[in-house]
Design a binder for this molecule. Sequence first.
Ligand SMILES: Nc1ncnc2c1ncn2[C@@H]1O[C@H](COP(=O)(O)OP(=O)(O)OP(=O)(O)O)[C@@H](O)[C@H]1O
Ligand SMILES: [Mg+2]
Length: 457
Amino acid sequence: MKKNYSVLIVDDEKIQRDSLSGFLKKGGYQTFTAANADQALQIAGGQTIDLVFTDFKMGDKTGYDLLLELKQLNPEISVVIMTAFGTIESAVKAMKAGAYDYLTKPIDLDEVEIILQRAQELRHLVRENRSLRNRLREKHKLSGIITNSPLMAETLSLAARSAESKTSVLIQGESGTGKELIARAIHQASPRSEQPMVTINCAAISENLLESELFGHEKGSFTGAVRQKPGRVEEADGGTLFLDEVGDIPLPIQVKLLRFLQFGEFQRVGGSESLRVDIRLISATNRNLEEMIRDNTFREDFFYRLNVINIQLPPLRQRKEDIPLLIDHFIRKYATRNEKQVEQISNDALDLLMKYDFPGNVRELENIIERAVVLCRDRIIQKSDLPLTLQPLRSGSAPNAPLEFYSGTFKDKVEAFERDLIETALQENNFNQTKAAKALGLNERNLRYKLQKYGMK
Ligand SMILES: Nc1ncnc2c1ncn2[C@@H]1O[C@H](COP(=O)(O)OP(=O)(O)OP(=O)(O)O)[C@@H](O)[C@H]1O
Ligand SMILES: [Mg+2]
């Protein structure tokens, strides 16, 4: 502890300085000395000083002046005032101004030692307390996000800090990295958490409906507009508007949204009245917007409006330390949901997952664990409960899995095998259902039925 504790001694009498610093050096403290207040400030400005012993009466600046300036420099420095006269008033004054303690000359070295011990314990407690508080704050601030990765720590801290403000946030990351989860967490941690968060999945709505979905429409403004309908932005008034898959917004709608973001005003489709709302905008995409700007499919000015704070979610394969944590989390989630006793994962199953690349990121891991929990026969998930596509033994084109990979009843085994066949076919055909069906020798409707039956996307 002492090694990284540094002490500065300030006294205009050389003998005093030297005897005290000699004592401290022997005790293993890093020591500095200064003959007056200005020298002391220079030293304290140049490196970390934990504690200062300063004479009260010296030169034109007293130890009291030095105390005030040191506290300004760094409020965490402990300052101990040494006074030759034992004048209680000056000691009291110094203590009131934030001195850590005082000593009367001649200095009693036992007292020095006690002060140093206490100051170090205090520093330790203060730091521990602060880091606990920080960790708690971060935990509570962004709830539901499981991670232990230093890569994510930066991202989360940025997200947590952005929550306070009304600034637009753009979240980018591959599919399944948790973009929507972060968006929700930001909203939850924001002063708007009591107000609605309205999500629009821009990829799921056709171009001609998107504008009316966003801004609403007046009665009769287009065929099918049988009554007036307020837009989603109105629903989000006072809260957060989450534009998911923002990269899929067609150019004409980008223009309309840009105008809305610039002036805070919009009109319903077929309406002439200008309406105003107060929203905080979060958007997310897995598309490469910079590339889209180059291809003229995404407006640069719109991008800059969205991208005031940029949050990049790293893919799971770049933060593999999160895999065991997430597995644990998902086992508990799906064991509870399915009322199963599954508690953990076997080492070789974990090993398999640690080696896997997860193109579908956390969502893919979640699906794998959900399936494994359902298939699992006892408390521990085995290799055989994982999809065959993960299993290196079977890297050929068609699944010819050793049968011991399958567990459960005959029906379980057949279903697991069927599922694996389908999964492999889909993966090998870039998730094109028509091609996968062909490869399997199934008709497409049959494949779709099976996908639905097994809850596969
Ligand atoms: N760090 C995490 N901790 C716990 N759950 C997570 C984490 N990251 C992602 N998830 C879970 O993974 C799933 C996918 O996350 P989410 O929907 O937020 O991803 P996304 O980036 O929006 O994906 P997409 O681009 O496909 O829309 C969700 O069920 C989410 O709860
Ligand atoms: Mg999403």
